[in-house]
Design a protein around this ligand. Structure first.
Ligand code: ADP
Ligand code: SF4
Length: 683
């Protein structure tokens, strides 16, 4: 039964001519699928509706070939062919009683039109803000008129496709309407440039055009960035950001407000807390009577209720919380708060889109696999007959395999060598800024502890002999991986002999003992050839303990892969602010007592760095001893009643936590079933 404290979340809200059944609003978010994998995109959106989100939105939807952000997999509504495809999407969302929203976009200078080869459109002559050597044209009056017609036509197509809410989008520094609004992009001298009213003109006109075209049946939403965190160079929530909302206050049926650009809007938990946008968006409800939706990684129903009762929001917007748990509203409705799989704020979901592949999530291994593999986040087929499974290793791989197998009805035994559950997640969650990552463990342990068919054993390091003696039919080896200390990684492909002494401290020692693993108090060098988060977080931890730290990497920026998780600028800034010396484009050359030599990766020129301890953060090796020992005795498995032995997750091939979770889940789905990779079925 639902807790009455949360009743307010289930009140219907009128949005212009339509009404949403509750206050849960899945705001537009990329899926990495869009028009390229329509069946997959549609199935993901349908799942959100089934999970109880009152409104389910598309990702940004290009209105015209002059807004072509190929090769990114966004949505498209260029012509009637697209209408047929999108109609299926709205029908899927309506099947479950939700409203379907479409975020129309013209990307302006945020595109190079790589596919269509049309010269991009912008308020002024300027280079585009993507990496291509392409300039946008300054739109003349005919271009502006054409753009207004395209937007209007797209809105009419959206209405024909069955959408209930049509967006006019000026956000993320990715849209023509925002480009016209911003002084830094707009240097026009006609009635569309200069004064605030002139820069706002196109936005106002397109809003009116859209209402005129489809406002009889569709609600008109504005998605607008009230703050850009650029100081006086950008929109500010107490400056023009506010002025825009005040000027257009009653014109849309809904205000969807957030921060710009995307890296500010979708900040990770390493850099912000739940509800972090409220400080910027709270004013909106004071200047409009229209319903307001906002985001801020809300996963707790109490925080949602507070945001509504305190008059900050009318509708609780979510992208990431709805990815991590598409059934979040249903679980609140059914009083199953502890079953909510909370987003950890890691942005692996944005990395999918940024690497132009379908979405994936650290917490929800089924996301993006609804159509291809037929995976439902809540339902999993039961086993045809009873099966017993021994899982060795209680990290994310082992825990997810155990949880999903328990759900399928297997008798599950999990043995973990250590004294705590969670493997790498438990250790990494102790690092600065990563506390929420423990949710990966906590949700799974919560589910496992409720399951009657699961036995959990800590302090149980198993050998091949143990496994054979138990004689459990299926064995999954999820024993994880350990970080290398020999320097081998992307750049150094063979072990560096000078890293063999005890002035080298491995990542695992730091994860297990913190800075107590570092002897003395001399300067530390972190060598990062992993290029994701680990080296920067360790550098931060060591610098916070008061030691001098130098960060050396062969990459041209700190932690380049964090660009995909929208964190790179913040990561590098944080290291600079902590006083960490950063040496880019260098590899390791030699290490003698207190002196580390590093080499420029282009010229080979050497330089020396004061260094008492080196921490190589390069790559990991599977902990595969058990697997090899058992494999060597494969001929006696059947004598012991063992049918299958499989290694999964980091112990097969070390990767990110999302991959470990996926591996555990896939193992559970595959066991005694016909489930296969389904690689050829992505549509
Ligand atoms: P993954 O990400 O694949 O889950 P982790 O490294 O997070 O990998 O977790 C692996 C877990 O396996 C660790 O907690 C480790 O203590 C445990 N483990 C390793 N070897 C054994 C073993 N022989 N018996 C039981 N547990 C083991
Ligand atoms: Fe949240 Fe990470 Fe999943 Fe994205 S990938 S929804 S940030 S848990």
């Amino acid at each position: 039964m639902r807790d009455p404290r949360y009743d307010i979340l289930f009140e219907p809200v009128r949005i212009g001519p339509v009404t949403t059944r509750n206050r849960f609003y899945q705001v537009p978010h990329c899926s990495g699928m869009g028009h390229r994998y329509p069946e997959a995109d549609l199935s993901l959106r349908r799942m959100k509706a089934e999970g109880g989100w009152g409104v389910v939105s598309t990702q940004e939807t290009e209105i015209h070939p002059s807004s072509d952000i190929s090769p990114s997999n966004q949505q498209r509504i260029w012509d009637d062919h697209d209408v047929d495809r999108l109609k299926k999407l709205t029908e899927a969302v309506h099947e479950h009683g939700s409203l379907a929203a479409i975020q129309l976009v013209h990307n302006g200078i945020h595109t190079a039109n790589r596919l269509t080869r049309i010269a991009p459109y912008g308020p002024s002559d300027m280079v585009v803000d993507v990496e291509d050597p392409v300039q946008a044209r300054a739109m003349d009056k005919a271009d502006i008129a054409a753009f207004r017609t395209w937007h209007r036509d797209a809105a009419l197509r959206a209405k024909r496709a069955g959408f209930d809410i049509v967006y006019v989008y000026a956000g993320h520094d990715m849209t023509l309407l925002q480009h016209f609004l911003l002084q830094r992009h707009n240097s026009r001298t006609d009635e569309y440039g200069g004064s605030f009213e002139n820069r706002l003109r196109l936005f106002r006109e397109v809003l009116a055009d859209t209402r005129d075209a489809v406002g009889d049946r569709c609600a008109i939403a504005v998605r607008f960035a009230v703050e850009e965190l650029l100081g006086a160079d950008g929109l500010q929530h107490d400056g023009e950001g506010r002025d825009v909302v005040a000027a257009l206050a009653e014109e849309p049926d809904l205000w969807d407000v957030n921060l710009s650009n995307w890296s500010n809007d979708s900040q990770t938990a390493r850099f912000s807390q739940e509800g972090f946008q409220e400080a910027y968006t709270a004013f909106v409800k004071t200047v409009t009577t229209k319903p307001v939706v906002g985001v801020g990684r809300y996963t707790s129903p109490d925080a949602m209720v507070r945001a509504i009762r305190s008059g900050v929001l009318d509708l609780v917007g979510a992208a990431r919380p709805s990815i991590a748990d598409p059934f979040l509203p249903k679980k609140i409705e059914e009083g199953r708060i502890d079953d909510i799989r909370e987003c950890i704020g890691c942005n692996i979901c944005t990395a999918g889109d940024n690497t132009v592949v379908p979405i994936r999530c650290t917490q929800n291994p089924t996301i993006g696999e609804e159509a291809r593999k037929g995976w439902h986040p809540e339902i999993i087929p039961s086993l045809a007959k009873p099966e017993a499974v021994l899982i060795i290793g209680g990290g994310p791989t082992g825990l997810e395999a155990a949880r999903a197998l328990a759900q399928r009805g297997a008798d599950v035994t999990v043995a973990e060598a250590g004294r705590e559950w969670g493997g790498r997640v438990t250790k990494e969650a102790k690092l600065p800024g990563l506390a929420t990552w423990a949710r990966v463990r906590d949700w799974r342990m919560g589910q496992l502890r409720q399951a009657p068919n699961v036995e959990l054993y800590l302090d149980s390091p198993l050998t091949a002999e143990d496994v054979l003696s138990y004689g459990i039919r299926h064995v999954a080896i999820a024993t994880g991986a350990r970080w290398r200390t020999d320097g081998v990684g992307r750049l150094h492909r063979s072990a560096l002999p000078f890293l063999s002494g005890n002035a080298v401290v491995g990542v695992d020692a730091l994860l297990e003992r913190g800075t107590a693993a570092l002897s003395g108090n001399g300067p530390v060098v972190i060598f990062d050839d992993d290029r994701y988060y680990m080296a920067s977080v360790l550098a931060e931890m060591i610098a916070l303990s008061g030691r001098r730290v130098t960060f050396v990497t062969p990459a041209s920026i700190v932690a380049p892969w964090t660009d995909h998780t929208l964190e790179q600028r913040r990561v590098q800034t944080r290291l600079i602010e902590l006083g960490i010396d950063i040496v880019l484009l260098h590899q390791l050359g030699d290490f003698r007592p207190d002196v580390l030599s590093v080499e420029c990766i282009y010229s080979g020129r050497r330089r020396e760095i004061d260094c008492s301890i080196v921490v190589p953060v390069t790559a990991r090796l599977p902990v595969a001893r058990l697997w090899h020992d058992l494999s060597a005795r494969a001929e006696v498995w059947t004598d012991h009643g063992i049918e299958t032995v499989e290694r999964i997750g980091d112990c097969l091939a070390p990767g990110i936590i999302a991959a470990a979770n996926y591996a555990g889940h896939f193992y559970a789905r595959k066991l005694a079933s016909a489930q296969n990779e389904g690689c050829d079925a992505y549509r």
